[in-house]
Design a binder for this molecule. Sequence first.
Ligand code: 5GP
Ligand code: ZN
Length: 117
Amino acid sequence: MLNAQDPNCLFCKIVKGEIPSNKVYEDNFCYAFYDIDPQAPVHFLVIPKAHVTSCGEITKWNSDLVGHCFEAIAKVAHELGVTDFRVVANCGEQAGQSVPHLHFHVLAGRDMSWPPG
Ligand code: 5GP
Ligand code: ZN
């Protein structure tokens, strides 16, 4: 069973429109919007509408959302004319996750270094 939205979650509030965002894409299962603090010329986030805390909480019951988010990533990248990009999912505070609702960063428009810091 999919998790419902969490009334105290920042990104659940964005999905519901309680907090404004600059939307780039939306369908029944996911929502994409530009990051408020962009780290590249193109930087948007793709999130499932259902509340999933992080990559560490993906199970066989909700993993279809991940595939769906990646379909959205490809679709939006294509629509923006972006061919080279990086997808990042931070999981847990030590890895840099600051919002505990699963999200995929999509960064493009500049050279990327490896490994990430
Ligand atoms: P994390 O640090 O969890 O991997 O990524 C969270 C991202 O959400 C950050 O890049 C941060 O800039 C972005 N963010 C935090 N609050 C808001 C907000 O209210 N609106 C938008 N558009 N992005 C936000
Ligand atoms: Zn949430």
